[in-house]
Design a protein around this ligand. Structure first.
Ligand code: ZN
Length: 316
């Protein structure tokens, strides 16, 4: 089975590797917990997992054309400059990997890989200018313009657009970053604040029944008609719309796709009002290209598929 690509997604707690065919179909996925000891052993773990994914697809290293590795951090060529969850700085990861498994290796930022996956096989198919925004612990993004990934060495940091001057402090060192208002983490904080103000609300009862608050909680209570939850969702859409409109005004993409757990919220509570509000805020209301606002399609597979096919959207 010649002509396969391997995509590896280095997550916060897990490593996942997938064997992908030339059409971008994910044939098999293998995963294991992330246990970092040193860069050499880490590269060895990645190579083992790549071989396991090939084997699960009924193939071997001789069938693979290349490997892409998506990491939470910044990369330059074959070097990891830093990662946010693993103590690696200036590590020649591509070389270390090749000592174990001699295949061409490309490194990428994980949000960029997810954007590449959606562009090639998911919500971005058929577009040339496309943005993916992932609503999770943070607010990550990847930008593809004229079919090429922007960034490369350093990822696009859409979450650190400032939408509130003098607003909440951000770990990046600035105040009022979009991520502090529109990530899943921010939504949970906003939900808890509303619960504290309205202890009698259905939102509070729902959270108590489930014993937790996550990015779905306010949407579930809003679907049941709870006013407190509806207000949380409306304000969240406002926060999301501000940054989205700025990005669209700047880049004028054909489409923006939203991924991450929050993006799974019911259309009528998230994407529909977001489309309406972004339409009011964007310059395209005066004419010209309007940007479609979509839901990402590939879920957690986007990062693997995008890493595997990274060579198709990078310039080198
Ligand atoms: Zn920031």
């Amino acid at each position: 089975m010649r002509g396969l690509y391997i995509g590896i997604d280095v997550g916060g707690t897990n490593l996942k590797a997938g064997a992908v065919d030339a059409a971008g179909r994910l044939l098999a996925v293998e995963r294991r917990p992330l246990a970092f000891r040193d860069p050499e052993a880490f590269a060895g773990d990645l190579a083992d997992l790549a071989e396991a994914a090939l084997s699960a697809a009924g193939a071997g290293p001789e069938d693979a054309l290349g490997v892409g590795i998506g990491l939470p951090g910044a990369v330059s060529g074959g070097e990891v400059l830093y990662t946010t969850n693993i103590p690696m700085e200036h590590v020649p990861l591509a070389d270390l990997f090749r000592r174990r498994l001699d295949l061409p290796v490309l490194l990428g930022n994980d949000a960029d890989c997810a954007a590449a996956g959606e562009f090639l096989r998911g919500a971005g198919r058929g577009f040339r200018d496309f943005v993916v925004l992932t609503l999770g612990t943070g607010l990550g993004g990847g930008i593809i313009l004229d079919g090429r990934l922007r960034g490369g060495e350093t990822s696009s940091e859409a979450g650190h657009l400032v939408t509130h001057v003098g607003g909440l402090p951000c770990p990046c060192g600035r105040r009022g970053c979009w991520e502090q208002y529109a990530s899943a983490t921010a939504l949970i904080r906003q939900t808890r604040a509303a619960m504290a103000e309205h202890p009698e609300s259905l939102l509070c009862r729902l959270a108590a029944e489930r014993g937790t608050v996550d990015g779905r909680t306010p949407f579930q209570a809003a679907e049941a008609g709870d006013e407190t939850a509806l207000a949380v969702c409306r304000q969240y859409v406002e926060e999301l719309a501000e940054g989205t409109a700025s990005l669209i005004n700047l880049l004028r993409p054909e489409a923006v796709a939203f991924g991450g757990g929050v993006a799974g919220a019911p259309e009528q509570l998230l994407l529909e009002p977001l489309r309406r509000r972004v339409g009011e805020l964007c310059f395209s209301r005066h004419g010209g290209r309007t940007t479609r606002i979509l839901r990402a399609e590939l879920g957690n597979d986007a990062g693997i598929i995008g890493a595997a096919l990274l060579g198709r959207v990078t310039s080198t």
